[in-house]
Design a protein around this ligand. Structure first.
Ligand code: CP3
Length: 343
């Protein structure tokens, strides 16, 4: 069996599966003691550029939980750092940009990404694909809007005030910035797919901050560029954001095969909004992993049941694993999903 025939890839394509595939956003990370041990003293962005470490961290949740996919250990800001923009990931805060990008001249600090700037990324993926065997590797990148938000604000932001001011105040500059970010994310994904990733996920985590009209006018065309380029490679495309209940159909129409649904939207509502052209991914509330097992089991059975009416269903959380999560609960949850959905 090869990863292109795995339950995850088949579900993404809407084909019959032996059981529902399950993986977790942020499955590699602080919930795992073995992750904390190998990361000790190594800054986040440095750890993303060391193939031995990237392969080890990516494999940790696969070995421990038996999930149906690995997600490449990296970060959405790795490719913008690789083109030379001064950016750091501050623990407990997130990405912080030394000099925010706010003018046409600032775009000079954000040149196009070429594969020769990230040979370590291909090497990490090649190591992983060899070790993973039939388990698929999910490659990923940040979508232009979510990346632009970090670059324009200078760091994480609640209201995205400067980003929205730029979007509406200088659409030419906004479009130039997003076109450049689309090029960078496309190149980052292309390297991962060419080295053997079987699926891609485009993270537009903060798109839920936008109205549907603004999303469609200022954001969707740029994400569509990235997704169309991935379509040329023939890999299934997952498109995810948080708080995107009002945007689900537009995020599908951007060129996704699978639309990520966060826990705020009931899966049947999401499926109705999306129609039968897309598979769905989601949407267990990450906070429920702290509830008694019986409650988590009940919710998971309901979500599995609801997912049966979609074209395909990849089980996941509605957003990333919280750092304080008990990893044994994740392992048990994988077992439950496999058992309940076996057909
Ligand atoms: O999902 C996975 O297991 C794969 C690895 C992954 C990371 N970041 C590792 C990481 C992925 C897919 C990302 C994407 C990412 N990075 C997103 C989109 C996903 C989402 O959560 O919506 C975003 C918005 C970022 C930006 C970012 N990087 C944030 C907000 C943070 C958290 C800062 C903090 O310390 O709370 C990071 C850092 C980061 N990226 C960590 C990990 C494991 C934590 C760093 C650490 O362990 O010290």
């Amino acid at each position: 069996m090869n990863p292109a025939e795995s339950p995850l890839v088949r579900a993404a394509r809407g084909l019959p599966v032996p059981h529902a595939p399950v993986w977790f956003m942020r499955q590699a990370g602080r919930s795992l003691p073995e992750y904390r041990a190998v990361r000790e003293g190594i800054p986040m962005l440095d750890s993303c550029r060391r193939p031995d470490l990237v392969a080890e961290i990516t494999m940790q949740p696969v070995r421990r939980h038996g999930v149906d996919a690995a997600i490449f250990f990296s970060d959405i800001v790795v490719p913008v750092a690789a083109v030379g923009l001064e950016i750091d990931i501050v623990p407990g805060v997130g990405p912080v940009v030394a000099e925010p990008v706010r003018t046409h001249a600032d775009l000079d600090r954000l040149p196009e990404l070429t594969p020769d700037a990230i040979p370590d990324i291909s090497e990490s993926v090649r190591l992983l694909v060899a070790e993973l065997g039939e388990t698929p590797l999910i490659g990923f990148a940040g979508a232009p809007f979510t990346l632009a938000s970090y670059l324009v604000e200078g760091g994480p932001s609640r209201n995205h005030v400067k980003t929205k001011a730029l979007m509406h105040g200088d659409p030419d500059l906004w479009n130039a910035l997003c076109a450049r970010l689309a090029q960078i994310s496309t190149a980052f994904l292309a390297v991962q797919v060419e080295a053997g990733a079987s699926v891609v996920q485009l993270f537009d985590s903060w798109a839920g901050a936008l109205s549907r009209a603004d999303y469609e006018r200022y954001v969707q065309p740029h994400s569509a560029q990235v997704l169309a380029a991935m379509g040329e490679f023939g890999v299934p495309r997952i498109h995810f954001g948080v708080g995107t209940g009002e945007l689900l159909a537009s995020m599908g129409a951007a060129g996704a095969d699978v639309v990520g649904v966060d826990y705020r939207v009931a899966l049947p509502d999401a499926i109705e909004r999306l129609g039968d052209r897309y598979a769905v991914q989601g949407n267990i509330d990450p906070a429920l992993l702290f509830a008694p097992w019986a409650a988590l089991e009940r919710e998971t059975r309901r979500i599995l049941d609801e997912g049966r009416s979609a074209k395909g269903h990849i089980v996941n959380l509605g957003h990333g694993v919280l750092p304080e999560t008990d990893p044994d609960v994740l392992t048990r949850l994988v077992g439950l999903v496999h058992e309940v959905s076996a057909r």
